[in-house]
Design a protein around this ligand. Structure first.
Ligand code: KG4
Ligand code: ZN
Length: 344
């Protein structure tokens, strides 16, 4: 197969990202550049991402980030085979900025365009990092998503479960906000949890008795709030104990759900060792990583945890998804519409 080089653009949340990825003829993937500009400081004062600010900031930095990526790769537009951009799901203003920029660049340089589903970018990342074969089970846990997806091929996805309310990262973030720990919440809660007693509070574990693979975290959030109100005023030890108990509850929920999912994989693919992949910002959590390692050993599963900069939002995963689709003959027209919602 020919060498393919694609520029990938990601703007669905609060990262302006552009990357250049090359797939060599022998199948080896190479990330030639991976630029990410976080808007963290612009949103910090508001305690969350403000869509209008995000979109404007993407406009402001888009050209610069793309130029940086090309420079780092030592390439010009003429060296590219195509341009890929996130077309959804996400904050629609930001998605429009990235997709419209990509359309303009593709038109100006006479290159094919690939409109990428952001979730497909996450789902195919272990093939970029580890050349993982299909099929595999993806646990996607980020600020916007908590899903189990069976990845059977490019464009061939089966959602096995999702959250019926909050995403897991969102639950961490809301916890941190409630306890005034600062943003982003996940890493803060994880740090406080290390100093706390995980057995002090017994928080609910919704849906645990059910055999479907869905998640629910909003009841947990309410229970934490009630516990915090009851224990107020909170000492540092109280905060640490709440965080530790919260994280322990999350671990129990994930343990239970992953066991169900792995068992289902074994049933559907009795001749394969289970393959499990985790993606999304929550994959940075060490305790969750350890849980997945232990489960992988117990189930004889192959576990892939991509490096954290490829688990969180980035352009390389969009470029790679573009390469995979391009090599199957896919291409999208300039009339492709940005989609705020777009399930896999
Ligand atoms: O994938 P990501 O960077 O952005 C999207 O949501 O698409 O994920 C960010 C989420 C945030 O909710 C953040 O709190 C969470 O990942 N997160 C963590 C940790 N690091 C980031 N959650 C738990 N523990 C962590 N160490
Ligand atoms: Zn994401």
């Amino acid at each position: 197969q020919a060498t393919t080089t694609i520029l990938g653009i990601e703007t669905s949340c609060d990262e302006t990202a552009a990357a250049i990825v090359r797939r060599h003829g022998n199948g080896r993937a190479e990330i030639l550049a991976n630029m990410v500009r976080s808007q963290f400081d612009e949103h910090k004062a508001f305690g969350g991402v403000v869509p209008e600010i995000a979109a404007r900031s993407h406009v402001q930095y888009m050209d610069h980030i793309v130029a940086q990526a090309l420079e780092q790769a030592g390439l010009g537009f003429g060296d590219l085979d195509a341009i890929a951009a996130t077309a959804g799901p996400g904050l629609i203003g930001g998605v429009l900025v990235g997709l419209t920029s990509a359309k303009a660049m593709a038109y100006a340089h006479d290159l094919p365009l690939l409109a990428i589903n952001h979730l497909e970018g996450h789902a195919l990342t272990p093939r970029l990092t580890d050349g993982l074969e299909f099929p595999y089970l993806l646990l996607l846990v980020s600020g916007g998503h908590s899903q189990f997806v069976l990845v059977k091929g490019v464009g061939d996805y089966e959602r096995w479960g999702t959250t019926i309310d909050d995403a897991l990262g969102e639950a961490f973030d809301k916890m941190a906000k409630m306890l005034d720990l600062g943003m982003p919440g996940g890493p803060q809660v994880e740090q406080w949890a290390k100093k706390g007693d995980p057995t002090r509070f017994d928080f609910p574990k919704p849906l645990l008795k059910e055999k479907r693979l869905d998640f629910s975290f909003s009841g947990l959030k309410t229970a934490v709030r009630l516990a915090a109100e009851k224990a107020a005023p909170l000492s540092d030890q109280d905060v640490a104990d709440i965080c530790a108990s919260f994280q322990a509850t999350i671990l129990k929920i994930l343990d239970n759900r992953c066991r169900l999912a792995l068992a289902r994989f074994q049933t559907e693919f009795p001749d394969l060792p289970p393959r499990l992949v985790v993606a999304g910002g929550v994959a940075a959590n060490r305790a969750i990583g350890q849980l997945l390692q232990d489960l992988a050993v117990e189930y004889g599963a192959e576990l892939v945890v991509p490096p954290i900069q490829l688990c969180t939002d980035n352009g390389a995963m969009i470029a790679w998804a573009g390469i995979e689709r391009f090599n199957l003959g896919a291409q999208d027209g300039p009339d492709f519409q940005a989609r705020p919602r777009w399930p896999l």
